[in-house]
Design a binder for this molecule. Structure first.
Ligand code: ZN
Ligand code: ZN
Length: 467
């Protein structure tokens, strides 16, 4: 196993050697940002914020940058891959940012939303650093962004020998894997991948050119998840339908906490299909604000979705209204219905948490998780809670006594299972193999079970690897 210590003081000669240095998102699922030095140029792959940290400590370690990066590439618009971009461009306005065409649109929505969330946290929890950037910084970043169509090769800078192209990562709309070709070195960065078709997204593809590269950087999210290997998508859908019927039969409401980008759009379409095929009754389906805004972008780029997918018009789903108002929230859950609301892990002060605190008082209702819940989140804690337990949804708020028992978890992940990750490693021949984006047990499992005979790395933040 290659775990090196602090970054060695290595010289940057000869010029034709490539280097990898991570600023974040290694050894954990954190603020993804990986610096590639190639042909004398510096390129940052992703620029996210740490999902579990606050203020400046959530940023990638930008102090490791010796000079402004020449370019930054955003693989997709999830917070942990993109949310530090406005901050980076505020520091280095000359750095050229790239993303896929749909991602540019989504970034516009997600980053403005990040400002609003940071402003709110600043007021409520007094975190001095927040907001890390304002709406004007977001506008600057979005204006600077070059939207590049999937599959189109582009020069990193005018006249530069470094060529880059995006390919389908299958994770969410606009999500790309990135192929970087220098004079003597090629790098393929999978970013977050889904190996199979989802309801809307087509599966990850390995472009022909990427089957043999010098360096493969692969995500490892599900490396420690044995359970996911056994999940059959169709069975999971059937179990989901069964659960919904059970709740609706007892006149309850189903809450499906979902990520705004990706999971919300997928789940809404699964639900509509289940209704249209008579598998669940025609009760109202509600969707929350940011998820709806992203849905509009899915609609606009429906040609980038899976060819056989049939995106349901957004107006078939109702708006949830202002669930911060207890009167509105109680009105919403008066009759049997299904509510798809952000955030997926029931983060405090989000629509899903606001609705959940009303639902848990009544055993007729159900809360169905459809993605990963971090142990530090409300979602995880609620799943562990028992009937009769007191539960606090809001810092400083009153405890609610849990009456609801029907809390389920369904595996609809947009990440490749570990057996699929091994297949990807086998398909993409490489001299070097770098594991990123996973908790330590996941990274360790991937390191032990894939890529025999290659130079394998589990880098630390700040460790430079000569490729
Ligand atoms: Zn992602
Ligand atoms: Zn991620």
């Amino acid at each position: 196993m290659t775990i090196a210590g602090p970054a060695p003081k290595m010289s940057r000669m000869p010029e034709n050697t490539a280097y990898f240095t991570s600023l974040g998102g290694v050894g954990e699922v954190g603020a993804s940002a990986h610096l590639i030095e190639i042909d004398g140029l510096t390129l940052l792959l992703d620029c996210g914020l740490h999902p579990k940290k606050d203020g400046k400590s959530s940023l990638p370690d930008f102090s490791l940058l010796r000079k402004p990066p020449d370019a930054v590439i955003i693989s997709h618009a999830h917070h942990d891959h993109c949310a530090a971009l406005p901050y980076l461009l505020k520091m280095f306005p000359t750095t050229v940012p790239y993303a896929t065409v749909p991602s540019v649109r989504i970034l516009d929505r997600m980053l403005h939303n990040s400002v609003s969330v940071m402003e709110k946290i600043h007021l409520e929890r007094g975190i001095e650093d927040y907001p890390l950037y304002d709406h004007r910084d977001v506008e600057f970043a979005v204006r600077r962004l070059y939207g590049i169509p999937m599959g189109q090769e582009f020069a990193l800078l005018p006249d530069s020998p470094v060529r880059v192209s995006f390919s389908q990562a299958g994770h969410v709309l606009g999500s790309a894997s990135v192929l970087v070709k220098g004079t003597d070195h090629t790098v393929f960065y999978t970013s977050d991948v889904c190996a199979v078709d989802q309801e809307l997204m087509p599966a990850f593809v390995v472009p022909d050119e990427a089957t043999k590269v010098d360096t493969l950087i692969i995500e490892s999210t599900y490396g420690a998840n044995e359970e996911a290997d056994r999940v059959v998508y169709e069975d999971e859908i059937a179990r989901f339908a069964e659960g919904i019927n059970r709740v609706i039969d007892r006149e309850g409401v189903v809450l499906v906490p979902s990520f705004a980008l990706g999971r919300t759009q997928e789940v809404l379409n699964i639900l509509a299909l289940l209704q249209d095929t008579g598998k669940i009754p025609y009760v109202r389906i509600y969707a929350s604000g940011l998820g709806r805004a992203i849905y509009e972008i899915y609609d606009r780029f429906r040609h980038e979705l899976r060819p056989n997918s049939d995106l349901v018009p957004l107006d078939e789903f109702e708006s949830i209204g202002d669930v911060w108002d207890p009167v509105e929230a109680r009105k919403l859950i008066k009759d049997p219905c299904i509510i798809v609301a952000t955030a997926g892990m029931l983060i405090e002060n989000t629509p899903s948490a606001m609705i959940a605190q009303h639902l848990v008082r009544d055993p007729r209702h159900g809360i169905f998780f459809v993605g990963y819940c971090d142990p530090d989140t409300l979602g995880y804690k609620l799943r562990q809670a028992q009937k009769g337990d007191p539960f606090i949804f809001q810092t400083g708020g009153e405890a609610v006594t849990i009456q609801l028992e029907d809390i389920q978890w369904y595996h609809f992940s947009a990440h490749a299972h570990r057996q699929e990750l091994i297949q990807i490693v086998d398909t993409i021949q490489s001299k070097n193999l770098i594991y990123v984006h996973g908790d330590p047990p996941a990274l360790d499992w991937m390191h032990r079970h894939s890529g025999n005979g290659r130079n394998k790395f589990l880098p630390r933040i700040g460790e430079s690897i000569a490729l």
